[in-house]
Design a protein around this ligand. Structure first.
Ligand code: CAA
Length: 379
């Protein structure tokens, strides 16, 4: 895009080359066998992709949010599982510590997470608490120099392969969302148990699991910011996360568009390429327009975030629009491929399966619409 800076273009090309060279080989097998891309995550750490927006002082790449979205888009265009692993580590884990952590927490945890030496996960949801995110049951009771955590967390991306998890828990059960606090919890503590790997419809290369806390003692130094601020911290951080998931959706949609165009130009039926038929052109025109519109919404949210202007509404719009685009574009892509599209080896049915989660995690489309409507009506 012509309005990207030279540096942003370079970042995009680096991510594109990396994805083509290191993510494309084996992507179908990793999906089929639900294999985590360990090697690739290590390489992405070396490229600075695990701490894209983290200042260099803390081992990050010191880049802006546009660069972050370009990297997530390019990775997800080839392998959306890699996209979410990188997105969660960057926008939900590193950003919480950058924005709310103290220097000790940055020195001890952020440096390793941003430099790719450790992987992070974020756990807010619980069995009874998805969209109604403040309805937590996990408790963190203060006892001397420790908090004792008890409870269950659900659907934790990278829950199995991470080293450190950001955990939201109640430090005051009677205070509603004002009783929620945020902790940095290393995985090697006693009483921290990791559940079974979930068997998922899509993004099968990324791991998802439940986490259980059974009298897990965490030092008080691991509390982020102050007691009672955890819910606001989680929601503010999710605003940034939603830009990342929008970029993941955009990458999936762009892949569907690219594959559809290529196939429509090659495949012949009734003596003509199928791209010469209006029915196919209509699908491609709609896909192309929605992909562009998604990209613009994502860039708007990223620019507002970097300018330190309110971006809650922009992020919710970008996520809901881009994830709908990913779903529609991948369904149309499979349709354009016809019988071949339904077969695993063409790699388009995977796009359709991967697209679905972008309408669910980091706030469902229905929650994004609630956020957008509130923002429009209240401001
Ligand atoms: N930024 C900062 N603070 C915010 C905020 C935001 N975007 N939105 C709300 N708040 C503040 C409010 O101002 C309020 O604080 P004050 O009392 O000081 O004013 C407080 O948070 C509570 O706000 P609400 O009354 O609006 O809270 P609510 O209970 O009505 O919930 C919601 C609002 C938008 C529905 C929210 O619960 C939500 O976003 N739900 C979806 C949860 C979600 O996205 N989960 C994703 C899980 S993580 C995941 O998927 C990770 C993964 O592994 C990929």
């Amino acid at each position: 895009m012509h309005f990207l800076s030279e540096e942003q273009e370079l970042v995009r090309n680096t991510a594109r080359k990396f994805a083509e060279k290191h993510l494309k080989p084996g992507v179908i097998e990793r999906d089929e066998n639900a294999e985590f891309p360990f090697e690739q995550v290590k390489m992405m750490g070396e490229l600075g992709f695990m701490g894209i927006m983290v200042p260099e002082k803390w081992n990050g790449a010191g880049m802006d949010t546009i660069s972050y979205t370009l990297i997530i888009e390019e990775l997800s265009r080839v392998d959306a599982s890699a996209g979410v692993i990188v997105s969660v580590n960057n926008s939900l884990v590193c950003q919480i510590i950058v924005n709310y952590g103290n220097d000790w927490q940055k020195e001890t945890y952020l440096k390793k997470l941003a430099g790719g030496r450790q992987l992070g996960a974020f756990s807010l949801s619980e069995p009874q608490s998805g969209s109604d995110a403040s309805n937590l049951h996990t408790v963190a009771e203060k006892s001397g120099q420790y908090y004792i955590i008890n409870g269950t967390k659900n659907w934790v991306t990278s829950g199995i392969n991470s080293d450190v998890v950001i955990v939201m828990a109640l430090t005051d059960k009677s205070a509603g969302y004002n009783g929620i606090s945020t902790f940095i919890v290393p995985k090697d503590l006693d009483g921290f148990l990791v559940g079974q790997k979930e068997d998922k419809l899509g993004i099968r290369g990324s791991d998802t699991c439940e986490l259980y806390f059974d009298n897990c003692r965490i030092p008080i130094e691991n509390l982020i910011d102050k007691e009672g601020q955890g819910f606001r911290i989680a929601l503010a951080t999710l605003d940034g996360g939603r830009i990342g998931i929008a970029a993941q959706a955009l990458g999936i949609a762009q892949a569907a568009l690219d594959k559809s165009v290529q196939y429509a130009k090659e495949r012949k039926q009734f003596g003509k390429t199928i791209g010469s038929f209006g029915a196919i052109q209509e699908k491609i025109a709609l896909m192309g327009t929605n992909v562009e519109a998604s990209r613009l919404l994502i860039q708007k949210a990223a620019v507002l975030k970097d300018a330190h202007k309110p971006y809650t509404k922009a992020a919710a719009m970008a996520k809901s629009f881009a994830s709908q685009t990913a779903m529609d574009a991948t369904i149309d892509c499979v349709q354009i491929f016809g019988g071949y599209g339904y077969m695993q080896e063409y790699g388009v049915e995977r796009l359709m399966r991967d697209a679905k989660i972008t309408q669910i995690y980091e706030g469902t489309t229905e929650i994004q619409q609630m956020v957008i409507a509130r923002e429009i009506m209240e401001n």
